[in-house]
Design a protein around this ligand. Sequence first.
Ligand code: MF3
Ligand code: CO
Length: 258
Amino acid sequence: MKKRKATRCIILKSPRELELMRVANRIVAEVLNELSESLQPGISTHDLDRIATEGIIKRGAVPAFKGYRGYPASLCVSVNDEVVHGIPSPERIILEGDLVSMDLGSIVEGYYGDAALSRLVGSGSEEASRLIEVTVQALCKGIERARPRARLQDISWAIQEVVEKAGFSIVRQFVGHGIGRSLHEPPEVPNFGRPGQGPLLKPGMVFAIEPMVNAGGPEVRVLEDGWTAVTVDGSLSAHWEHSVAITENGPEILSMLQ
Ligand code: MF3
Ligand code: CO
């Protein structure tokens, strides 16, 4: 989500609400898995969006992004220097070596699921595959910190540390977010910060944690379509996202295929 100023309280979810969020996020995970299998040279980003819409509806859920603040599709597909929020188009054909990020959301009985992944199409550059690996690593390290009695920015710092040690940069203009009966709830979950800072984490909180990592500088700009965010220096960018519940026993990744 776009970074903006708002500090309201963090809504805790009941066991029943968590169960609905498990369903919504499992559907997102299954459809992202299907999309990964369909991601081949020659497919258009519009075809990927159609597969996403059908996959979500077939499973009895509703695409969450379509119509959200006027977004025109179910799926965001961001290729190479596109960071997030790429709008699918029949003219945009995926090529061998492309780094493709796909971001998908669903709604089940009013509760949201949200997750994203990045893949390399066929064989690509060494830099692209390392960028994806580091982004996954950063997300995992962040998720490990999502446990009761930790502070929110423990997650942020864990992500930032992995990325910067690898020589890549964290996008700051977009951040992760709380999720529940809205796609975006408080708090913002930045991918940069200082350990020990921010709200205390409690069981029942659910966060969409989503590092966006650039191979070059951190600056991004939004194209004239009002959505597509690209790196200012034209460098590659990767994006991974999971919706994660904080439980008494630690993090539970809701958007993971078991
Ligand atoms: N994961 C993205 C976010 O949290 C998805 C939003 S796409 C939108 O910002 F179209 F719905 F805005
Ligand atoms: Co999100």
